[in-house]
Design a protein around this ligand. Sequence first.
Ligand code: ACO
Length: 435
Amino acid sequence: MPEDSLTVTDNRTGKSYELPIDHGAVRAMDLRQIKTDENDFGLMLYDPAFMNTASCRSAITFIDGDRGILEYRGYPIEELAAHCTFLEVAYLVLFGALPNPSELDHWVYEISHRTMLHETTKKFMEGFRYDAHPMSMLISTVAALSTIYPNARQIGDPEVRLRHIKRLIGKMPSIAAMSYRHSVGFPYVYPDNDLSYTENFMNMLWKMVEPKYAANPVLAHALDVLFILHADHEQNCGTHTMRSVGSAHADPYLAVASAASALSGPLHGGANEEVIRMLEEIGVVENVPAHIEKVKNGKGKLMGFGHRVYKNYDPRAALIKKIADEVFKVTGYNRKLEVALELERIALSEEYFIKRKLYPNVDFYSGLIYQAIGFKPEMFTVLFAIPRTVGWLAQWQELVVDAEQKIARPRQIYTGARGLRVAPITERVAGAGIR
Ligand code: ACO
């Protein structure tokens, strides 16, 4: 019997089956042979929320949640944050190797020359209400780009794919900035290709009447590092959506819009907004112990703490904490940071949090930095979507060339009625349906 295998005995029939184990997994389809008789469909896996199901092989992002490790293409996130720009990391995530100087120059040129938007984009934007949420505007406008680039549907052509990957990475900050300017009623600002990716984003957000926008280098660097930390995070809800929609061969604009829609949910990309709200509610350091007690007594959660995968300090949170110091030196003292540090100090020494392995996650400090840089909370998820577009596209590209992948189509366990007859309308019982 091969060592890398699993023997399963079906107690209904007494039969045993040997299932190969590969990379710590058995194939769900290998269970299908396990049947009670010829007419039985065969055994399935039931895994709501995909708690323990791998849906792909991927060589992009590695996470060891117990040890607090995050790597893109084998490089620890700490290395990348210390030595690379966001566009270098984007190149790495997409192509699997860091660029050399000429590759990087070419890449930066290719992205920065795709930041302009078709003029009709302004018209879509003008159609949004004055109080439209920036994330909803971003999602709708990215989807609308599909109307401008109909050949993006040719997803089997590697050159076409690459062209649209570059377009999406180039245009996301432009659309994000337009969403912000629309929400505050300012005129749109055109991109400035002399500036770095993040400086140009800041230019499109905040340039007013000055002839040339000059970003504060500390804040631009902080934003660049935050973008690096958010570039990919393997098979989370948004990425899974990208792969699922992509598996139907939808074009990348529509697939990115779908992934961003998943990200917009408060359980996914919106937690840092909640952290800000919580810190405001606590107000001062003296109120922290009472808040911790409330959480321990089951009255609410400590927002920005805990993670489905990390059962250790989220490595991104550790890096963000360091950047926070640099940012606050520029933007000035922030009482909320003091409250956050005290919350973390007490929480990490409390049995409740230690026992449950609850540590600060990426959202605990990121909202504070974003707010200090000048973003309103409604923009936080938009800021997440810009860098994550790189991860979505890398995952999409990996999916498209993976011969094992097909259209995503989970099974279900049917629990409803069967074989009913339609009663004449006058004989039907009122209020019989599910409410
Ligand atoms: N504060 C207090 N208690 C918590 C917290 C928290 N932040 N998170 C989890 N717990 C407790 C749960 O109540 C549970 O306790 P119990 O065993 O007594 O019932 C235990 O820890 C395990 O929690 P689960 O909910 O089972 O963990 P899960 O992996 O499903 O949830 C999640 C992870 C959703 C992130 C959760 O920790 C949470 O809600 N945190 C706050 C919101 C947040 O910060 N989300 C951002 C995540 S990072 C990101 O998505 C980019």
